[in-house]
Design a protein around this ligand. Structure first.
Ligand SMILES: Cc1cc2nc3c(=O)[nH]c(=O)nc-3n(C[C@H](O)[C@H](O)[C@H](O)COP(=O)(O)O)c2cc1C
Length: 245
């Protein structure tokens, strides 16, 4: 049995739901799991865990500040254990290269800023919870969805999380940690191989483009999206004025 800590941040609850799902998968494999919002995850909990998973949504193109602070505070301990990071974003709900690359860039930014290199990365689609948003956020997501997913009915919420993907991520990480623990109790050579395995990064999606290509692609995508948003705003205003006349 291995002890896992799952520390997550959340605004509207979807990352908490994913954390709970991962917890269920790990418990199903016979492990001891502690799941906490990062604001309640003490440094002692990190010390006590054999392996740690950290989760955050992307909000306004950033991870939650409390998650970043948690990683910065515990970076030394995290470097000595198998770790994984899972991210929820709307970008991962959009099946295009520029959105996929954008989702990866937020993780790259976190690694650069904190120096923490998680051995496994899960990029998951989150949810759009129109019924929980204020007027501005609801309008923004409605416009953005009009040119991406097409899900513009603001009287309901949309969940994009692929639970099979979450399960594979949790299973893969658990198997890695189990191999490491087994290797620790056997030969040194095995252990060296397994330590290298958990230090080499694997993401649940493959990324082939270079950082430069990603930057260029994203700039083009942002210009395209901005133009698209202007088009939708123009169409909405025009429709409104036609109705009034
Ligand atoms: C105010 C706000 C800003 C967001 N900004 C981004 C963003 O910059 N990029 C993105 O891909 N998703 C963005 N999202 C989508 C969230 O990442 C997604 O809804 C996620 O499921 C939220 O997780 P939570 O319910 O745990 O807070 C944003 C959502 C909200 C409400």
């Amino acid at each position: 049995m291995v002890s896992f800590l799952i520390a997550y941040g959340t605004d509207e609850g979807q990352t908490a739901t994913v954390a709970e799902y991962i917890e269920t998968v790990l418990i199903g494999r016979g492990h001891d799991v502690t799941t906490r919002d990062v604001t309640e995850a003490s440094d002692a909990l990190v010390d006590d865990a054999d392996a740690v998973l950290v989760g955050s949504p992307v909000i306004n193109r950033k991870h939650l500040p409390e998650v970043v602070a948690f990683v910065e505070r515990n970076s030394e301990t995290l470097a000595t254990r198998p770790t994984a990071f899972f991210q929820l974003s709307f970008a991962s709900a959009i099946p295009t290269d520029w959105a996929r690359d954008g989702a990866q860039e937020w993780v790259d930014g976190l690694v650069e800023r904190t120096g923490w290199q998680p051995g496994r990365v899960g990029l998951f689609a989150g949810a759009v919870k129109y019924t929980q948003y204020g007027a501005f956020t609801r309008l923004f997501f409605r416009l953005f969805s009009a040119i991406t997913t097409g899900d513009t009915d603001t009287s309901r919420d949309y969940e994009y999380t692929d639970w099979d993907e979450v399960e594979s991520f949790a299973t893969d990480f658990a198997a890695l940690v189990e191999r490491r623990v087994a290797a620790e109790t056997s030969q040194t050579d095995d252990r060296t191989a397994t330590v290298q395995e958990w230090k080499s990064v694997t993401t649940n999606r493959e990324h082939e483009s270079s950082p430069r290509e990603r930057g260029r692609g994203r700039r083009l995508a942002e210009i395209g999206l901005f133009a698209g948003l202007l088009g939708v705003v123009y169409w909405l205003v025009r429709r409104q004025s036609l109705r009034q006349s």
